[in-house]
Design a protein around this ligand. Structure first.
Ligand code: NDP
Ligand code: MG
Length: 381
């Protein structure tokens, strides 16, 4: 059990649920970080009394500093502030729950200062999977999945003694708010429709990703890196009830599934207590409330995002950085009502077709590709 936790993205959906778990476990919070929500961050500082807090927005960091000057929490700002709070010597594990690839640098800082990572921030692995995992290996740190599917697979792999015994990883997908719809029906969907996820209450970016199915595509790439598995051994099945959080198929035909009610507190708690378990307050599954669980093939023609992600992952190098940056920008444009829903995936496809794919030799290659791709997308409208 890790007792000293830093939470990056503490004001978001995963961040606040992590703090609920920490409250229950009575764990020490060493540091917090957010982007703009200094009202909630101030409350968190007063309750959890971290040594440090970082606010990405410089002006809001100054405001927060003034507000909490009666406390002992030191306020930092910008990406340097995030990196500094991720590197504190008093921290044992860093929960990476910021949204987007902005989490990459702080995650690398945490790894290089030998903290275990409870990873929610999947974009970091999508853009920098090889880099992050190499650094983790070099520094002897664990990357513990928080994403519910990956936590499920990680749990189902605990009894796997030999990788040769593995046949496939099966990621479940709820299908999102538009499951069963045709492309024609998706042409004019609104932001409100797309944000209306049937099973999960999450931040806006991942909720839109779930509606386009880009989230599942990003999760395929995340699984490829986390479990060092080839793409052809990663399947996706739509399971609208989100009770089975994912599965592992072994060569003898046996399939292990991890089940529970849809709650992110369970995977968060497992990442913090691994290899042990502790009651995080998640209600056990009452099977009689779910008399039927259903499973469907994903519709890869209507929702092309998964195909695009597999393609980018097989190209390797900067392809997944282009994919991610284009998607982050396109989702932003959709949320600002500048583009239509189906254009999100179209823009990602266009970006991938427009850039030469290069090898990644350093963090700078990733940051440079990310910047150029974002500029490209903003020029498209
Ligand atoms: P939210 O939008 O709810 O929260 C994002 C958090 O990141 C907020 O605390 C936000 O701060 C902070 N943040 C954003 N940008 C910056 C920045 N530049 N610097 C510092 N902090 C920043 O997102 P979620 O919690 O839903 O998702 C977080 C991550 O977890 C994503 O990568 C997502 O894919 C992953 N994930 C989420 C799941 C969920 O159930 N929510 C499930 C599985 C994975 P502020 O509030 O100030 O803007
Ligand atoms: Mg997930």
């Amino acid at each position: 059990m890790k007792n000293k936790i830093c939470v990056l993205g503490s004001t978001g959906s995963i961040g606040t649920q992590t703090l609920e778990v920490a409250r229950k476990f009575k764990t020490k919070i060493t540091a917090l970080a957010a982007n703009k929500n200094i009202t909630l961050l101030e409350n968190q500082i007063r309750e959890f009394k971290p040594f440090f807090a970082a606010v990405y927005d410089e002006n809001l960091a100054k405001k927060l500093k003034e507000k909490v000057k009666d406390t002992n929490t030191k306020i930092l700002s910008g990406i340097e502030g995030l990196c500094e709070v991720a590197s504190l010597s008093s921290t044992e594990i860093v929960v990476t729950a910021v949204s987007g690839m902005i989490g990459l640098r702080p995650t690398l800082c945490a790894i290089n200062t030998k903290k275990d990572i409870a990873l929610a921030n999947k974009e970091t692995l999508v853009v920098g999977g090889d880099l992050v995992l190499n650094e983790a290996k070099k520094n002897g740190v664990n990357i513990l999945p928080v994403d519910s599917e990956h936590s499920a697979i990680f749990q189902c792999l605990q009894s796997c003694k030999d990788k040769k015994d593995l046949k496939k990883l099966i990621l479940t997908a709820s299908g999102g708010p538009f499951f069963g719809k045709t492309k024609d029906e998706l042409k004019n969907v609104t932001i409100k429709d797309a944000l209306n996820h049937p099973n999960w209450k999450m931040g806006a970016k991942i909720t839109i990703d779930s509606a386009t199915m880009m989230n599942k595509g990003l999760e395929i790439i995340e699984a490829m890196h986390l479990f060092d598995t080839s793409l052809d051994k990663i399947d996706v099945i739509v399971h609208p009830q989100s009770i089975i959080h994912s599965m592992v198929e072994y060569v003898d035909g046996c399939i292990l599934a991890q089940m529970g009610i849809p709650s992110m507190k369970a995977p968060i708690a497992y990442a913090l207590t691994y290899p042990h378990r502790k009651n995080s307050g998640v209600k056990p599954l009452d099977f009689t409330k779910y008399p039927s669980l259903s499973f469907h093939k994903p519709d890869n023609e209507t929702f092309e995002a998964m195909k695009i992600c597999r393609k980018a992952a097989s190209l390797g190098g900067t392809a997944t950085t282009i994919l991610n940056a284009a998607n982050e920008e396109a989702v932003n444009l959709f949320l600002k009502e500048k583009i239509k829903f189906l254009e999100i995936t179209e823009l990602v496809k266009k970006a991938l077709e427009s850039f030469k794919i290069n090898k990644i030799s350093s963090l700078e290659d990733i940051l440079e590709t990310d910047k150029k791709t974002r500029e490209f997308i903003s020029k498209q409208i």
